[in-house]
Design a protein around this ligand. Structure first.
Ligand code: ZN
Length: 688
């Protein structure tokens, strides 16, 4: 299972034509098949290597009041956990945030010079990283303002700041943490051979603990004999008991660590439970409340099972300590919450594809011996996010696949969702960033991309996930791991080729999934452009392609380029010293995709390791250094932020004379600093 769009969303998804206007009304798209730009301004802020966007929540306003109330309380629960993540990320994040925000809002602060400008950028970075480290590289941010300037501004703050109360870290200490590059330089250190606990600056383990301490502790308590192990350490901080000197876990729960934040989450979950979509969902919520009260990880597993089994509720949410990328040992979950509701129209798309799974299998261009007699499509749900919080904010995933516990996945399955209002925001915000003007030579192709790339990209993902991976079969006796190290590249190629081949099939128009037999060309063009050229921007000069998805795309694109050479199906053309992809015959290109699909399926079905290895090594790995340099150079002239994230909409209850809630309104106008300052003002639970 892989999330294709996690990798292709970003600059590669850029489309032409800028047409954003400053209208903030939430007009949901009347026609899901068209991707003409909506009158919505997606861009909110731009600083350092970051672009902040906003997203629409189409369909919220037409939900019944009960579901709006449910969403409202769940969003309140989501934001209530914010301070936990900040504190998990670093022990000084909360006092530093207070210090920075005090300078930022103080009337006495000098806003005239370069120090102020650099300070503003730094604070925006800290907000984005939920602390003093970069959300992706994990490196500490480097302030561009001087310690002297900062010290002066802090001294001028007229209001006393609570953080200088007794028992709180001193200004000098916080200034060292901000300015000294040696202090807490990396949030999560994964370097081979280092003490991963001692050298990581997160607050999941008390300062002074070593990796050996922590590993010895867990080795002693872990029961590896049971079939359904709890997720050890998921909701705890590890510390040394000052009295006994023994290593202990401090659970995040009511009455334990982070109690004020959790208490506020629980209050809002209780309020939400009254408006639950189904009795099953009410049970999900009450089990989550129980888990927050006990901190018992067996309760969390029971909650996860109830959650994954509840497929009938339209509104859904996650709230808890979920992904463990912030822990060098991969144990403790970062606080995260996403509230969402099912996009019925777009989910209809994946349901249609799955319902026709057998037709696609029976008509695929592979040898009938390698086809499945009976194939079952996987239905992936398409959702609309209503709030992003904790570790999913401001940088957010575009898909969710949970729960993480392997034994629960094996016994109860998992929920796999695509967050389409987020992918749409990424797509729309790329309009006019100059990418297509630079890399797509003719206006007709740019128009095609503008019109059909969004829908065909989504369909590509649907076909890849719902059908591609599940199609085909191994011949009896063939080892599923026969392709060894090249297995995942070839598996991704198989799923991509299945999607590419069928994107051009009239069946998609017949099923109502596309409104034009030309639409697929947008996807074909972008796929080849990415595979032959633009994905190289992610590779450092001198390096080969290593990642499986990237190898797969390069393999497919280079193979059709070479095989189509005699008939000039696809060409790389040079104009004024720049290289461009030119597709001369789309139908023949589809034929080539079909041919390669048949071959890759044969390799997989027969376990033909040598043929698989040769394909990958010949087409998927080696980078042409000259073309690579050219792509990097052309890319560097475009002002495209490598990282993007979001502000949330604002939900406000409307009450009648008796104080009863009669509606929940949604507003998109809040800017980035205002939202961050409001969250700090209204949802500070731990920095008191
Ligand atoms: Zn895949």
């Amino acid at each position: 299972m892989t999330n294709l769009r996690t990798i292709i969303t970003g600059a590669a998804l850029a489309v032409a034509v800028s047409s954003s206007m400053n209208i903030t009304a939430a007009n949901p798209r009347p026609d899901a098949l068209s991707s003409a730009p909506a009158p919505f301004d997606y861009t909110v802020d731009r600083f350092a290597d970051i672009e902040v966007l906003r997203y629409q929540v189409p369909g919220f306003e037409s939900l019944p009041l009960r579901q709006k109330m449910l969403i409202y309380y769940l969003t309140e629960a989501a934001i209530a956990g914010r301070d936990m993540l900040w504190d998990q990320n670093n022990i000084y994040n909360l006092p530093i945030r207070e210090l920075l925000e005090s300078v930022y809002t103080s009337e006495a602060t000098d806003r005239s010079g370069d120090d102020w400008k650099a300070f503003e950028t730094y604070l925006k970075q800290v907000w984005f990283g939920n602390g003093i480290h970069h959300h992706y590289s994990m490196d500490k941010f480097t302030p561009g303002f001087s310690r002297e300037w900062f010290t002066e501004q802090v001294a001028k703050i007229p209001e006393p700041i609570g953080m200088f109360d007794e028992g709180k870290p001193s200004f000098d200490l916080l200034a060292d943490v901000i300015f000294d590059p040696e202090v807490m330089s990396k949030r999560v250190n994964q370097a081979e051979g280092a003490d991963l606990i001692a050298t990581s600056a997160n607050n999941l383990y008390e300062t002074g603990l070593t990796q050996a301490d922590v590993e010895a502790y867990y080795n002693a308590i872990k029961d590896t004999t049971v079939a359904n192990p709890i997720s050890y350490g998921l909701n705890t901080r590890v510390a040394r008991d000052p009295q006994s000197g023994r290593i202990v876990e401090q659970p995040y729960r009511l009455g334990g660590l982070y109690s004020p934040a959790i208490s506020r989450i629980v209050d809002n979950l209780r309020a939400a439970a009254d408006y639950a979509d189904t009795p099953a969902q009410r049970e999900v919520i009450s089990k989550l409340i129980q888990y927050y009260a006990t901190g018992n990880l067996a309760d969390f597993d029971e909650y996860s099972i109830l959650w994954v089994d509840d497929t009938d509720s339209r509104v859904d949410f996650i709230n808890g300590f979920i992904e463990s990328y912030g822990d060098p040992l991969g144990m403790t979950g970062a606080y995260e919450s996403i509230v969402n509701f099912k996009d019925l129209e777009a989910s209809g798309r994946t349901e249609t594809i799955s319902a026709n799974a057998q037709w696609f299998e029976d008509h695929s261009p592979v040898d009938p011996r390698f086809r499945k007699d009976k194939v079952k499509g996987v239905t992936a749900k398409v959702i609309t996010a209503a709030i992003l919080a904790g570790d999913a904010y401001p940088a957010t995933p575009i898909g969710i696949n949970l729960p993480n516990a392997n034994w629960i996945r094996a016994a109860h399955g998992s929920k796999s969702v695509t967050i389409e209002n987020i992918t749409r925001a990424y797509d729309e915000a790329s309009h006019g960033n100059g990418f297509n003007e630079e890399f797509v030579p003719d206006a007709a192709t740019r128009k095609l991309l503008d019109k059909y790339l969004f829908i065909t990209d989504n369909l590509h993902t649907d076909l890849h996930e719902c059908l591609g991976h599940g199609s085909g079969r191994l011949l009896p006796g063939v080892d599923p791991d026969a392709l060894k190290a090249h297995g995942s590249t070839l598996e991704e190629a198989r799923a991509d080729l299945f999607a590419l081949y069928y994107l051009a099939d009239p069946k998609l128009v017949e099923l109502g999934l596309l409104d034009s037999p030309e639409a697929y060309k947008a996807s074909y063009y972008k796929y080849l452009l990415n595979g032959l050229m633009t994905q190289l921007m992610r590779i450092e000069p001198g390096k080969d392609v290593e990642e499986a998805h990237m190898r797969n795309r390069k393999l497919i694109a280079e193979w059709v380029l070479e095989k189509g050479k005699p008939a000039k199906v696809v060409e790389l053309v040079n104009r004024k010293g720049k290289t461009y992809v030119k597709i001369n015959d789309y139908e023949a290109l589809r034929g080539l995709f079909g041919e390669l699909l048949a071959e890759v399926q044969r390799i997989r079905s027969e376990g033909d390791y040598e043929a698989g290895r040769d394909l990958v090594e010949k087409y998927g790995v080696k980078v042409d250094p000259k073309l690579h340099r050219e792509v990097l150079d052309r890319y560097s002239h475009l002002d495209i932020a490598p990282y993007r994230g979001f502000v949330n909409p604002v939900y406000t209850p409307v009450t009648d004379a008796d104080g009863r809630i009669t509606d929940i309104t949604i507003d998109y106008t809040e800017d980035y600093p205002s939202q961050m300052l409001r969250y700090s003002r209204d949802y500070s639970t731990l920095n008191k």
